[in-house]
Design a protein around this ligand. Structure first.
Ligand code: ATP
Ligand code: ZN
Length: 302
């Protein structure tokens, strides 16, 4: 049983201290209007704009900190969260943390990779083989689902060189571009988990004060994520060209159309979620739009 979390009136979010997720996590939270004063040891950052503090830790510690109530929320790869959830389930325990929101960065996948010279015929080929991984619970679950019996060799780092060192026949590791696998004469043959950074939190939720703070943060994160790649496009156009023009708008929400007093043309504004390239602007102009202007979007509250 986890200890009952102490009652606090501030929200505490754990993020990675250094590594791939550290900078993007801070940048995303800062874009939600959070600013912090750093402590001397640089492990704790006191929230100055809202009662939301940061704890800077190793990513693997984040689910446990949430489970123990030391932290309320955390930014962590789905791979880490899923592995620790799978370990809890394998132990017959109920998971106490869950994914609250995918955050759109830190994309990678947990893949099974075999030597390039294996002719891959399917999971049954792994029967009786040794597979090196830092994700033993996810691998064990996948092997069980596939009905394959193989030896799971737990390694905490440099998994990709295990086959060359004779420690294992295959590996199960994180892959993004695949360059590391190729450099070690390995090829990916199956995906166990599609991953990205996620906001993790307790299954049980919070008391009223922290619950309200968490809801506020979720609303701001939702807005920040929605406008991440968005631009506001302003332009004018004669009414009769609208049917050809609107399909050209890049991933736009239904545009707002305004009549300008004394002018024949309409003024339009469209929130575009895709890239608004020069090419797109030129296409719109050819279709009859003019006075095109692209503006950055600083905030959004749906
Ligand atoms: P820590 O010191 O915090 O334990 P770490 O070495 O475990 O750091 P990083 O290598 O910084 O962690 O990776 C953190 C997370 O970044 C991973 O858990 C994963 O979710 C994500 N990630 C994205 N692309 C990759 C990749 N190519 N290899 C490894 N992790 C990746
Ligand atoms: Zn780690």
């Amino acid at each position: 049983m986890s200890p009952v979390p102490p009652s606090r009136d501030r929200l505490r979010i754990a993020i990675q201290k250094s590594g791939r997720l550290a900078e993007p996590a801070r940048t995303l939270l800062a874009s939600c209007g959070l600013h912090w004063r750093e402590s001397r040891d640089r492990l704790f950052c006191y929230g100055e704009t809202l009662p939301v503090d940061l704890l800077l830790v190793r990513d693997d510690d984040i689910p446990g900190l949430i489970a123990d109530g030391v932290c309320d929320l955390g930014v962590v790869g789905r791979n880490v969260l899923a592995e620790q959830q799978a370990a809890q389930v394998a132990d017959g325990r109920e998971p106490v943390f869950r994914e609250w929101l995918p955050l759109g960065f830190g994309g990678c996948r947990l893949a099974l990779a075999v030597p390039e010279d294996w002719g891959w015929q399917g999971p049954a080929q792994l029967s009786g083989k040794r597979i090196a991984t830092s994700y033993p619970s996810l691998l064990a679950r996948w092997l069980a689902d596939e009905g394959v019996s193989a030896d799971v060799v737990m390694l905490s780092g440099s998994v990709e060189i295990a086959p060359r060192l004779g420690q294992a026949d295959a590996i199960c590791d994180l892959v993004s571009s695949g360059a590391t696998l190729a450099a070690n004469q390995l090829k990916p043959v199956a995906t166990l988990c599609e991953s990205e950074a996620v906001l993790a939190g307790p299954v049980a939720g919070f008391d009223a004060v922290r619950g309200e703070l968490a809801a506020l943060l979720m609303r701001r994160l939702d807005g920040a994520l929605r406008i991440r790649h968005s631009k506001l496009l302003l332009f004018q156009a004669p009414r009769d060209v609208l049917p050809t023009l609107l399909p050209l708008l890049p991933d736009a929400e239904t545009p707002t159309v305004m009549r300008v007093d004394g002018a024949d043309d309409l003024a339009l504004q469209a929130l575009c979620h895709g890239a608004v390239t020069w090419q797109r602007l030129e296409e719109l102009k050819r279709a009859g739009a003019h006075g095109l202007m692209v503006l950055p979007v600083e905030g959004m509250l749906a």
